[in-house]
Ligand binder design. Structure first.
Ligand SMILES: Nc1nc2c(c(=O)[nH]1)N[C@H]1C(S)=C(S)[C@@H](COP(=O)(O)O)O[C@H]1N2
Ligand SMILES: [Mo]
Length: 560
């Protein structure tokens, strides 16, 4: 361009907005990357992205969450993270734009960003003094990079913005490249670079900073792209190693040996014990909370005479019971798979409550997780003698991280959202009239005993079958009441008694089977269960909100 050739001083004009946006995104990316690394060294949930994400999830209205669960099923976490990253990028670009106008506005934007991170992490349930650290260090790094980028920013432009356009010749020089070579080389090298207009020598005749700017900005983004997953992996590896080192005590009260008859022996029915790999997972955690047992504390407090704090070691030293207990999610639709049965090892919650001595009015136990999730369980359900556990083991292994390592609750007979808090850190004796837990605030019932349900596992819905004998089979559950009968009907025929498999207790699901002589044609199969109180599962079809779906699982099959 001619300015370059004549050495005429370039007129000052604001750099292209593009630079500002890139600077903002780079600075923010660096903050997140640095934040993750600092968090990996000091404590997982304190990373700014995790903390802010957690607050965003908690703040999202129920319909948004339901939509996310409906659209993405249990894989909604990735979509939410992507959404958060997009919103962050927009904010970041804005901060960068401010920064190129007036540096101090941009720095103020970074400070606001940092403050949001500090607030979000400091208000996490598990927060310690170290929690704000990743946000603070991240914000400082971002501010530093912003200052540096702004200094590097090619500020003097040879061509006024309005001179740009179609007349920009393909021979326009890439001045950044030119800075590293001779002007002659630069002038000769054709460049399609449309940003050449802003990249010219600065007042001191130094090579323009365009290349340096890009290297710094893109480098910071690249470093963040490595540091964010890298920091998380480091921390997760530490926790995985700590989990592998856990030696579970043997139970003083072991689970009864499983009779072979717990299985109906029909292929296609979900196994009586759900393998840990196949166990459903439901939680609001954007990233699985990673907690080391050595950092774990359980605080039992609130309306109690003697508050208590337990370490993981102290918990493991207590007498352990081992039980098969079937867990069900309130969001499970009729016929759905958000239900599973595992062998849990843990400490009876009743004993701990007896020790802290709740006052008479404390009708609710509020459990909190390390990421701030809460559930409210009737104190009575935890003290009535059922096997309500602080579980440390699942199917013979330390609790998997996704299922609440190091400690979670498991309470027979109640839906997970009112009882099965994972990554547990706190039990607060409270009252239902004083506190509404996470899902209760979002429209779900405060009291949520599991509803009697039954499911046809085989034949599969829509299946084509040959006429003749067909085993119809599945599972039924009514935790803590127990299943006393299962009936099947074909089309609108009479209800027929299914054969029930045996169960170790009333707290698990029960397999059932019914031999059908299938005749040609389209048929509708339905199932219903009766619990040990004599209540027959209601047929009225209702959605999970607010306290669990009802209706009979119905499938259609074609026999030809
Ligand atoms: N910390 C935490 N615990 C939680 C939840 C959660 O979102 N966060 N979800 C609850 C719900 S709704 C259910 S159904 C069970 C599911 O337990 P699982 O993922 O081990 O199957 O966990 C419960 N515990
Ligand atoms: Mo759930």
């Amino acid at each position: 361009m001619e300015t370059q050739g004549t050495g005429r001083p370039a007129p000052e004009r604001p750099p292209k907005e593009w630079y500002g946006e890139l600077a903002g995104v780079a600075a923010t990316a660096l903050a997140l990357g640095v934040g993750e690394l600092v968090a990996a060294a000091t404590g997982g949930p304190s990373a700014p992205l995790v903390a802010v994400g957690g607050v965003a999830v908690d703040a999202a209205p129920t319909p948004v969450k339901e939509f996310a669960v409906a659209v993405f099923y249990t894989y909604d976490k990735l979509a939410l993270q992507a959404g958060i990253v997009l919103v962050l990028a927009a904010f970041a670009a804005f901060i960068g734009l401010l920064a190129i106008r007036r540096l101090r506005y941009g720095l103020a934007g970074v400070a606001v960003f940092g403050a949001i991170g500090v607030l979000a992490s400091a208000t996490r349930a598990s927060a310690t003094w170290a929690y704000p650290l990743p946000s603070v260090v991240g914000a400082l790094a971002a501010a530093g990079l912003l200052v540096l980028l702004r200094r590097t920013l090619p500020r003097r432009a040879a061509v006024a913005a309005q001179d740009l356009g179609d007349d920009t010749s393909p021979g326009d020089t890439d001045v950044a490249a030119q800075g590293e070579r001779t002007p002659v080389q630069g002038a000769r090298s054709p460049s399609s670079d449309v940003d050449a207009d802003v990249s010219v020598v600065d007042g001191a005749g130094q090579p323009p900073g365009r290349r340096r700017f890009l290297v710094l900005a893109v480098g910071a983004i690249g470093a963040a792209a490595v540091a964010v997953p890298g920091g998380r992996r480091l921390w997760a590896q530490r926790v995985a190693a700590a989990r592998a080192a856990v030696v579970l005590p043997s139970p003083s009260s072991p689970a009864p040996p499983l009779p072979a008859e717990a299985s109906a022996g029909v292929p296609g029915v979900k196994p009586f014990v759900t393998s840990t790999a196949d166990f459903y997972r439901i939680d609001t955690a954007l990233t699985v909370p990673q907690m080391e047992p050595k950092d774990w504390r359980l605080r039992i407090h609130g309306r109690v005479k003697r508050p208590l704090t337990l370490t993981y070691e102290q918990l493991l030293a207590r007498p352990m019971v081992e039980r098969y207990i079937t867990l069900a999610c309130v969001s499970n639709e009729v016929g759905g798979e958000l239900v599973g049965n595992a062998r849990w090892l843990g400490v009876p919650i009743k004993d701990l409550l007896d020790e802290v001595q709740p006052d008479g009015g404390a009708d609710q136990v509020v459990s909190r997780s390390v990421d701030g999730y809460t559930a409210g369980t009737p104190t009575a359900a935890l003290r009535d003698g059922r096997d309500a556990l602080l579980a440390v083991g699942m199917n013979g292994e330390p609790l998997p991280v996704e299922h609440g390592f190091p400690v979670r609750m498991v309470v027979p007979g109640l839906y997970g959202y009112v009882s099965a808090t994972k990554w547990l850190t706190e039990l607060e004796l409270s009252r239902f009239s004083d506190f509404s837990a996470y899902w209760v605030r979002r429209g779900y019932a405060a009291q949520a005993p599991v509803k009697t349900q039954s499911r046809i596992d085989t034949p599969a819905a829509g299946k084509r079958l040959a006429p003749g004998p067909v085993m119809v089979a599945g599972v039924a559950w009514a935790q803590h009441r127990g299943v006393s009968a299962v009936e099947v009907r074909v089309d609108d025929g009479p209800w027929q008694q299914a054969t029930l498999a045996t169960v170790p207790s009333v707290d698990t699901w029960r397999q059932w089977s019914w031999p059908w002589q299938a005749t040609s044609g389209q048929h509708r199969l339905q199932v219903r269960a009766t619990d040990n109180t004599g209540q027959v599962q209601p047929g009225q079809a209702r959605k999970p909100l607010p306290d669990g779906a009802t209706g009979w699982h119905t499938i259609k099959v074609t026999v030809t």
